[in-house]
Ligand binder design. Structure first.
Ligand code: GLU
Length: 494
């Protein structure tokens, strides 16, 4: 049987990274098994629908490189792929369940239910509409046929008839067998008064009709699994296999990673910007490859030391055995480190393609762009780090005075003047190292002091990339100028 995995987000706002991680594991499982990855938009809850979120979901998947084989934008043989367009299918299936005696109409108004809920709470009980009390309410099990027909002209819902006294057994590939006492379950609403199905009903009907073999979703849906199992049983359908992924936890402390954690500590929890209310990994300077690689490690490991993977490598290495049960702690520093590994492995010309990079190079002589990227890509954790890495393209605004004093005591001014002489004799600075090092040795010049003085002269502080490459990019004139400026500063301190 061909493996078919669906990602079934609700368009209720931007897709949180937990959602993207679910999409990724679904995608990887499908690809690993040479199967099909389906996008289904679960938009039956009109109250939670947020304009623009479906497009956001599509864009996020596309950016991450997870193109659905079937979905609302590219179609497929099992469409429509938007639940709001499948109303007739749900109507037909709800009728089938009612005919099988597995579901029933219920006409109770909101006040009656609120009252019943309140009474249960007063007694310290949880209100449940089910086998124990359903005959006290207004529904097609408790009313006469004539009353039911009359009431069907008004508002009604359809509820699942949960039989009491059963132990429902479900199986999750990650967590094993789980059992649930049916007495603790509600007669869940399957079809709402607005004619739309609830999540549980639409989800099961669609997974069956779309021939889904594997359902991968967040662990928050695990408590719903027994209800889904009852629905599969009610239709006499075989259930797909299930995998419920562990939560993504806050960087520290208890609980699920939230937007607030990101806002507080300045990191993204969404793949892309959402207007100006949420910042994305993309806009924070992540490569799609780095982002996806980090997400894969949030709840999965290969059992080896390897942590850096391309999407293609993830596709072939992914395994259900590597998915952990416990929560996966979000670690932004680790995410950046993974991104850095991908950036560093890229060709400078490829790094140059990114608009975020081009923006930071504005105002810099374009003949130097590639050389800069060649030199600096190994220092970038995100694409946005470039601006602070090219600060030395400008003359230093100040010099680290503590170092200057130390260097002065070791004859730095004279050494710099002598270096200027060596540089003057060169045509360009690509061979500076080869000229300067033997010269220092011959003249018994302390290379430590020489290098530090040169770095202070060029950058202002003892940090930055390879000094000889800096000189070569800045060119002979700028280098000589900066040395001269530094000498006069040094001399003003004596
Ligand atoms: N629409 C549900 C969600 O937003 C999907 C849950 C599932 O995959 O069954 O998470």
């Amino acid at each position: 049987m061909e493996t078919k995995v669906r990602f079934a987000p609700s368009p209720t706002g931007p897709l949180h990274i937990g959602g993207v991680r679910t999409a990724l594991f679904s995608y990887l499982f499908a690809k690993k098994n040479k199967g099909v990855f389906i996008l289904r938009i679960e938009d039956t809850d009109q109250n939670r629908y947020v304009e623009g979120s479906e497009t956001y979901i599509q864009n996020a998947l596309e950016w991450a490189g997870m193109i659905p084989d079937e979905g609302p934008s590219n179609g497929g043989a099992f469409g429509p792929y938007r639940q709001s367009e499948r109303k007739a299918i749900y109507q037909q299936h709800i009728q089938e369940l009612i005919a099988r005696g597995k579901a029933y109409y219920a006409f109770d108004d909101a006040e009656t239910l609120a009252e019943a809920r309140k009474n249960a709470e007063i007694k310290g009980d949880t209100f449940r509409y089910g086998a124990e009390n359903r005959m006290q309410f207004n529904n097609s099990l408790s009313l006469t046929k004539a009353d039911v027909n009359a009431q069907l002209k008004g508002d009604y819902v359809v509820r699942l008839k949960v039989d009491p006294g059963n132990i429902i057994t479900v199986y999750d590939e990650i967590r094993g067998t789980i059992q649930q006492d049916s007495d603790l379950l509600d007669d869940k609403i399957l079809l709402k008064a607005d004619g739309m199905p609830t999540y549980h009903f639409a989800n099961v009907v669609d997974d069956h009709l779309m021939e889904i073999t594997t359902v991968i979703r967040g662990e928050e849906w695990l408590p719903s699994l027994p209800i889904h199992q009852l629905l599969y049983d009610a239709f006499d359908w075989a259930a797909p296999q299930f995998m419920h992924l562990p939560l993504i936890l806050k960087p520290s402390g208890k609980g699920k990673l939230s937007k607030r954690d990101g806002d507080k500590d300045g990191f993204p929890v969404f793949p892309l910007n959402w207007g100006d209310t949420a910042i994305g990994f993309k806009e924070s300077g992540f490569l799609a490859e780095g982002f996806i690689n980090y997400l894969a490690l949030l709840g999965w490991n290969s059992g080896t030391e390897q942590e850096v993977y391309s999407l293609k490598e993830l596709e072939s290495n992914f395994s259900v055995q590597g998915i952990q049960k416990g929560g996966a702690r979000f670690d932004y520093e680790k995410a950046k480190w993974i991104n850095h590994q991908h950036l560093n492995a890229m060709e400078a010309t490829d790094v140059y393609h990114y608009d975020l990079i081009k923006k930071q190079l504005q105002g810099v002589d374009s003949s130097k762009h590639l050389a800069l990227l060649e030199l600096l890509k190994e220092r970038l954790f995100t694409l946005n780090d470039l601006a602070k890495e090219i600060g030395w393209m400008q003359d230093p605004e100040s010099y680290d005075e503590k170092i200057v004093r130390k260097l002065l005591s070791k004859g730095a001014s004279d050494i710099m003047a002598a270096i200027s002489g060596v540089i003057n004799d060169l045509n360009d600075l690509s061979g500076l190292k080869e000229a300067l090092m033997p010269w220092a040795k011959e003249n018994e010049i302390n290379t430590g002091v020489m290098m530090q003085s040169l770095r202070i002269a060029l950058v202002g502080k003892l940090a930055g990339p390879d000094l000889f490459k800096i000189c070569s990019i800045l060119g002979k004139n700028v280098t000589l100028n900066r040395i001269a400026l530094a000498i006069s500063f040094f001399n003003s301190k004596t």
